[in-house]
Write a protein that binds this ligand. Sequence first.
Ligand code: SF4
Length: 426
Amino acid sequence: MSLISEAKNGNITEEMKKVAESEGVEPEFVRRGIETGRIVIPVSPYRYTKPCGIGKGLRTKVNASIGTSSDIIDIDMEIEKARVAEATGADTLMELSTGGDFFDIRKKVIDSTTLSVGSVPLYQAFIEAIRKHGSVVDMTEDELFKVTAGQAKLGTNFMAIHTGINLFTVERLKKQGRFGGLCSRGGAFMTAWMLHNEKENPLYSEFDYLLEIMKEHEVTLSMGNGMRAGAVHDSTDRAQIQELIMNSELSDISHAAGVQTIVEGPGHIPLDEIEANVILMKRLSGEKPFYMLGPLVTDIAPGYDHIVAAIGASLSSAYGADFICYVTPAEHLALPNVDDVKQGVITARIAAHIGDMVKNKDRQRDLDMGRARRDLQWDRMYELAIDPKYARSVRDSRSPNDEEACTMCGNYCALKIVKQNFNLER
Ligand code: SF4
C-alpha cells in the first residue's frame, strides 16, 4: 500500500515514525502531512532508503545533484561524489548523468548510498534517442515511458518530470522572448521535440499513464520547472507562472491518485522576488512541498555561485520553501568535482539552517554555540559546528600561545578577559 493510502487509512508507518523522531514532531503530524500532501517521504519498494521527510513543519532539506556529462565520464568519481554528499550531510541525491552507460552509473550510485535518489528520466530518454536515432526529436513516446519505468525499478525514489512544458506554455514563451533563454536541459529538449513534431508533450498529454507508472513503483513526483529562467532578468515571467499554475493543478491530480508530489520552483531570481514566488507557489499548489533550485540571486559571480545560491536559498527557506537544491562553485563553468560537491552541500546546509531559524524558530544550536564560545569550550564549539573537521583544522593550523584563546586576538582575547572578570552566565 502506498504511503498516501496508509496515511489516508490513519496508519502511521515506520517511515513516518522515523521522520517524526528525527524532526522532533509527533508521528501523527507527519501522517497528517502526507495525507494532505503537505509532506512527502520519497521511498522505493526496491531498496532501503534512510527516510527523509520533506514539507511543511519539517527542517529544510538539501539535495546534491551529481552525474556524468558527455565530456567527463568517471564512474568512480560519481560514486565518490555520492559518498561525500552523504557524509557531508546532504538529505537527498539526484543522479543526473548525461554521459556513459546510464543503467550502470545509476545502479552503482544507488548502491553506494542510503539517501533517497532522484532522477530526470527525460535526460536519458533524449540522449538515448540521439544515440539510437541520431536526434532528440526522434524519441518515441514509448521510449520515454520505458526509461521512466526502468529508472523506477532501479530504486529511484523521486523523479523530476517536465509536465509544465506544453504547447500552451511554449506559446507564452515564444510571445514574450527571454534575455537568458531556457536553463532547464529537460525543458529545452522537450521544447525542441514538441516544436519539431508539432505534438503535445507526452508527459502532459499522457499524465494519467505517467501516474500509473509512478504509483506502481511508488516514485515521488517532482513537478519539474522546465520553464525556469536562466537569467535573473527573466524571473517570474508569464511562461514561468503559467507553468506553475499547470504544475499546481497537476499536483492535485497526482496527490489524489495516491502519488506523493513536490512542486519545483525557479533557479535564477532576484532577492526581492523570492517571497512572492514562495507565497504564490504555496497558495496555488495547496501547500505542496516546494523545491527551490538554488535560487541564484545574481548572475555575475561564476566561481562563487554556491554563495549566491545560499543567499537565495536561506531567504527561500525562511519564507517557506521546504527543499533546496545545492549549487556548487563550478556552476556555469564545469562539471563539479568531489570538492565542489562538498562545498556545495556545506554551503546549502548553512542556508537551510539560516532559513529554519526563521521558518521553524530552530535556534537551539545557535544558543548552544553562543554559550560554548562565551565559555571558550573549543571541543563543544567543534561539536556544534556545521563542518567540525574544517573548523578544527583552521584553528590547529595557526596554534595560539594561549590554548584557551585563538590567534585572532591572542593575549587580548576579549572572551577570556570577560571570563576572568565577570560572570555573564545565562
Ligand atoms: S582570541 Fe578573539 S577571536 Fe579568538 S576566541 Fe578570543 S575573542 Fe574570540
